[in-house]
Design a protein around this ligand. Structure first.
Ligand SMILES: Cc1ncc(C[n+]2csc(CCOP(=O)(O)OP(=O)(O)O)c2C)c(N)n1
Ligand SMILES: [Mg+2]
Length: 602
């Protein structure tokens, strides 16, 4: 009577906890809270307001759900994302109608681009007022339609529980993504009956099929016969929790691995087969290996323009195996020779099974010559940077030391800009899930609230945000939330006094005309140490390279309150290597004006 299994397309969802009633009188709002409880939600991030107030009343009574009162709805959205990244569960954010809901839009778009499972719950004006330009009315469903996996407007209170159950299922399964549930105020207030759905009816929603055996075998054959393969690993491998299978695949093939910005940590950076990150700011070895490959096996990656450079010159000699859970990705940008639709975990396990059989009969790839070429690139063009002559801090140095002193068990969350690229390049990610960032949308302001959400989800982990001075000023108000709610995140502000990544483009492409990128760091407005203090956090400043280690150690010793470290760094540092947007990866520069010498590959 109390236990039900939800099925959709034959896939059972986790049953709600024992004791969850199947039918019970409730208001719409009560039934929404009950539904969240039944789905195992323990944390939600939000801000109340008129239209969503009826929901906040029963939420006050929930003993299961902790509501974290943020300072800006964008923070709630990114916190839900950070929570989802860190836990693998669906993150939840709540906002009121109108401006509350529109403040969520950036985070929803971010989750959409990076396939992050979140459910955004918004209050809507009463159903009778919808369409009348009522106070705080915004058609949030219409606004978010192109940036959600699915969106609902609920006006019938008896539909609330089922809708929430569906929303969670849609957010978490298949290719994950954000789902919006907009609920009219009168539906929240109305008396109804909480009804836990016996099954979900989602016609047209098909979960990925089992990977096609013939295609998997074809891909395995190509891996055996190719002489210059590259495993191009994307965020889908992390979403599929397929790192163990990937490690087996690498062990069986000995093939080089590149991990995209979204996949850092999917394969250990320290492993010899790992060439680093491909793309605009990728390592020379990773970019070159893709350009010279005769086979690219794409696993949960999407041939993003930041990876491919000018598409028609990307990996020109390579056959393409493209495995993805979302059939819409396959051949979207680059035509696949071997398309495989399926969950990466199953695809890679399938490849491993075939390759094991073949190994048993003595067939293994021979990549000796390929590795000799790759090792040449690696030794000639390692990632590097120059230390400023004046003793000031190279941002890369501060970030590298942070990674070395903090170690691979922490979670690292980045903002967007130069500091993000350096954090992707100079920290060694050894574990899946240890790197969290905004890849597809490139959302400044992501780091502080996402770190907050990650720390709430994994209180056992040390969580470091590596943020830019520009990004930090977009969402640092969530430090108040962190301080009051006991969420001791650590923030390293890489303070170069500029919108550095934009400045870098101005240096390179706009004749050093620095239009509106200088944040006037010398005037210290705001002073990040004082700001941290004002928010109830500990603020530390580091301006000299010789103090970097001691400052990081000091920050590591403070675990009861949030810590902000203001690393004042040199403003002229640039991110290298670089492939200029819109150009070919063949035109990569390893430093300003320095093109590598490409080895001939037979
Ligand atoms: C919300 C948003 N606005 C604008 C941009 C464009 N943009 C990309 S990087 C960047 C500069 C970031 O500055 P900062 O946070 O100081 O990082 P830095 O590059 O200096 O490390 C800007 C403005 C963006 N990505 N996101
Ligand atoms: Mg900056």
């Amino acid at each position: 009577m109390t236990q039900t299994t939800i099925t959709t397309g034959g896939t059972p969802l986790p049953a709600p906890p024992p004791g969850t009633p199947v039918r019970v009188p409730a208001t719409g709002a009560q039934s929404l809270v009950r539904a969240l409880e039944a789905l195992g939600v323990d944390t939600v991030f939000g801000i109340p307001g008129g239209a969503v107030l009826p929901l906040y009343d029963p939420l006050f009574d929930s003993r299961q759900i902790r509501h974290i009162l943020v300072r800006h709805e964008q923070g709630a959205g990114h916190a839900a994302e950070g929570y989802a990244y860190a836990t693998g569960k669906v993150g939840v954010c709540i906002a009121t109608s109108g401006p509350g809901a529109t403040n969520l839009v950036t985070a929803i778009a971010d989750a959409h681009m990076d396939s992050v499972p979140i459910v955004a719950i918004t209050g809507q004006v009463p159903s009778g007022a919808i369409g009348s330009d009522a106070f705080q009315e915004a058609d949030i469903r219409g606004i978010t339609m192109p940036i959600t996996k699915h969106s609902y407007l609920v006006t019938d209170p008896s539909e609330i529980a089922r809708t929430v159950a569906e929303a969670f299922h849609l957010a978490a399964t298949g290719r994950p993504g954000p789902v919006l549930v907009d609920v009219a105020k009168d539906a929240l207030q109305a008396a109804t009956e909480f009804r836990w759905p016996q099954q979900l009816d989602l016609p047209g929603y098909r979960l990925a099929p089992t990977p096609h055996k013939k295609k998997v075998r074809e891909a395995a054959e190509l891996l055996l016969s190719s002489r210059r393969p590259v495993l191009y690993v994307g965020g889908g491998v992390l979403k599929a929790r397929a790192s163990a299978e990937l490690a087996q695949l690498v062990a069986l093939t000995g093939a080089p691995v590149v991990t995209t910005l979204m996949a850092r940590g999917a394969y250990p950076d320290s492993a010899p087969e790992h060439l680093g990150m491909p793309g605009m700011h990728g390592s020379m070895a990773a970019v070159a290996a893709l350009q010279k490959a005769d086979l690219v096996v794409s696993l949960g990656a999407r041939f993003d323009d930041r990876v491919t450079g000018r598409l028609d010159s990307f990996a020109p000699y390579a056959k393409i195996v493209h495995a993805d859970i979302d059939p819409a990705e396959i051949s979207k940008n680059r035509k696949a020779d071997v398309p495989i639709v399926g969950d990466c975990k199953e695809v890679i396990a399938g490849l491993v099974a075939v390759l094991e059989e073949e190994r048993a009969v003595g067939r293994t790839p021979d990549l000796e010559a390929w590795w000799a070429t790759i090792d040449g690139w690696r030794t000639t063009y390692p990632l590097g940077y120059d230390d400023p002559a004046d003793g000031s801090i190279a941002p890369q140095y501060a970030i590298r030391r942070l990674g070395e002193l903090v170690g691979p068990d922490a979670l690292y969350v980045a903002g967007v800009g130069q500091h993000q690229m350096w954090a992707a390049q100079f920290i060694s990610y050894e574990q899946p899930g240890s790197w969290i960032n905004s890849g597809g949308l490139g959302t400044m302001g992501f780091a502080v609230p996402a770190a907050m959400g990650a720390k709430v989800g994994r209180p056992d982990k040390t969580v470091w945000a590596i943020d830019g001075d520009g990004c930090f000023q977009m969402t640092n108000q969530e430090l108040a939330t962190c301080a009051l709610e006991g969420i001791p995140v650590k923030i390293a502000v890489i303070n170069n006094g500029n919108l550095g990544m934009v400045r870098q483009w101005q240096t390179l492409f706009y004749g050093e005309r620095y239009s509106n990128t200088n944040l006037q760091a010398a005037r210290r407005i705001p002073d990040f140490v004082k700001l941290a203090d004002a928010y109830g956090c500990v603020g530390l400043r580091c301006e000299d390279a010789s103090d970097v280690d001691a400052t990081i150690e000091k920050a590591m010793s403070i675990n009861d309150v949030p810590v902000v470290v203001d690393f004042v760094v040199h403003e002229d540092a640039m991110v290298w290597p670089m492939v200029t947007a819109g150009t070919s990866n063949d035109d990569i520069q390893v430093a300003r004006g320095i093109a590598p010498v490409w080895d001939e590959v037979d």
